[in-house]
Write a protein that binds this ligand. Structure first.
Ligand SMILES: [Zn+2]
Length: 452
């Protein structure tokens, strides 16, 4: 593996210049040396950040991003009417389509700075709802897409059994998602075996939501020693249904009945009382925020100030992929707070006065925790994932350090990444994914077939 010499690099102790980042054959950082001279190293002239985790992806939804905006005949469009469209779309996808769409998405995410994707995977079965001959076919297709794109993946097979809180029958449109616990465990076993042969792959589990599993199923999954992700409190209706069925709100229920700890990632956690937000923060679990998707779906606004003040951990996901860039997620989170509170620089405090740096560092820590991968900082022993921002981009010219990060997140945004390395290997050069054309051709074929 080559060594890298970064003109500027964001280290755990802050920005440093002329930083030599040495990488071992295993793709891990062996040494980080500021103020170095290294004529033989690969020169990175821009600002270098650690690679980011996209902690929440449903890759197939990339194929419908921007395609579900039109008013429905009945009007009153919402998350729930969008979900109907999404179900119809999901029902048409073959394994080949799913792999082609995921490869396109993963190449796009890489070229914006995401180097590990948590794939929350529930599109398991064939179009009629019957399992494929290999029950894990669809999960393995996503892992193959990640391998081809050169991105890390944390595959999170999702257990989806019911159609409403604690035991309602599933809907017809959910038929490709459904498993009992044994069927789910068979998929998980195949995923674990595949991870053993794919160095950049990890695994975890994803009970879909309190709507889709029973408390006993949740307990069985929580007993595994792995990251555990669950959708929670995205929509007010879901909060009301949970309260009607259990007397508790979703996050309140999880705090009371699930062993929440650092292995857990609650996706969205949008609708929390202050007490829930403080409880979630104290649990050590990560709040998996997907600001672009939450805005797109009209979910609501995350209670950031109380959660941050309580030391809560967070990371970013791109979820439905209406946005695919970490800077856009940082911007949307901060900007939604500004609109709600009529304030600016909400994510900051005295010690961290730049919102982009404050949220980037939170996401680096929270993302690595949620993915279950040793990454998220430029430090020995962690995976050598590097994202070089292009200092000649019009938005970044003349800026440096934290000011450059603010411009990256809050200025005009388009392709500000020059190069990306994953485990020491370059996968984005001159702003382009190294297999961009081949992957894009496969995606175009799938999109034509899907008639999107
Ligand atoms: Zn989701």
């Amino acid at each position: 593996m080559p060594d890298f010499l970064a003109a500027h690099a964001l280290l755990p102790e802050g920005w440093a210049r002329e930083v030599l980042i040495s990488c071992g054959e295993d793709g891990l950082i062996t040494a980080v040396t500021p103020g170095a001279r290294a004529p033989g190293a690969r020169r990175l002239a821009g600002h270098v950040l650690p690679g980011l985790v996209d902690l929440h992806s449903h890759a197939f939804q990339r194929a419908m991003a921007g395609g579900a905006e039109r008013r429905s005949p009945a009007g009153r469009d919402s998350f729930w009417t969008w979900r109907e469209t999404m179900y119809r779309f999901a029902l048409g996808m073959t394994p080949e389509d799913a792999e082609a769409v995921a490869a396109q998405l993963y190449a796009e995410l890489l070229s914006r700075g995401f180097t590990q994707i948590c794939e929350f995977h529930y599109l398991h079965h064939d179009r009629d709802g019957a399992p494929y001959a290999n029950r894990a076919e669809m999960a393995l297709r996503h892992m193959e897409a990640a391998r081809r794109a050169g991105v890390g993946v944390t595959m999170l097979p999702s257990l989806y059994r019911h159609g409403g809180i604690f035991g309602l029958p599933p809907l017809e449109g959910q038929r490709r998602f459904l498993n009992d616990l044994d069927g789910f465990m068979a998929i998980l076993d195949a995923v674990r075996a595949a991870c053993a042969a794919q160095p950049l792959a990890a695994w975890g589990v994803a009970p879909h939501s309190l709507r889709a599993v029973t408390p006993a199923m949740l307990e069985a999954l929580a007993a595994l020693d792995a990251p555990i992700h669950i959708h929670a409190a995205e929509q007010r209706r879901e909060v009301e249904e949970c309260r009607a069925a259990t007397g508790l709100r979703p996050v309140e229920w999880l705090l009371r009945h699930a062993p929440l700890d650092g292995r857990w990632c609650l996706i969205h956690a949008t609708h929390m009382t202050e007490e829930e937000a403080r409880g979630l923060a104290a649990s050590g679990a990560v709040a998996g925020l997907c600001p672009s998707t939450e805005a797109s779906l009209g979910d609501g606004i995350f209670p950031l100030p109380v959660f941050r003040a309580a030391g809560g951990r967070l990371g970013f996901g791109t979820d439905s992929h209406v946005g695919i860039c970490p800077a856009a997620e940082i911007r949307q989170l901060e900007t939604s707070q500004r609109l709600a509170l009529e304030l600016r620089s909400v994510a900051t405090d005295e010690a961290n006065p730049h919102p982009a740096r404050a949220l980037l560092e939170a996401a680096l820590r929270g993302g690595a925790q949620a993915a279950g991968v040793a990454m998220g900082a430029l430090a020995p022993g962690l995976r050598c994932d590097l994202v070089e921002l292009d200092e000649t981009h019009p938005t970044l010219i003349g800026r440096e350090g934290d000011g450059l990060l603010d411009a990256w997140a809050f200025g005009p945004q388009d392709r500000m990444v020059r190069s990306v390395a994953v485990a020491g290997r370059m996968v984005v050069e001159a702003g382009r994914h190294v297999r961009e054309r081949e992957i894009a051709e496969g995606f175009a074929r799938a999109m034509r077939r899907l008639g999107a």
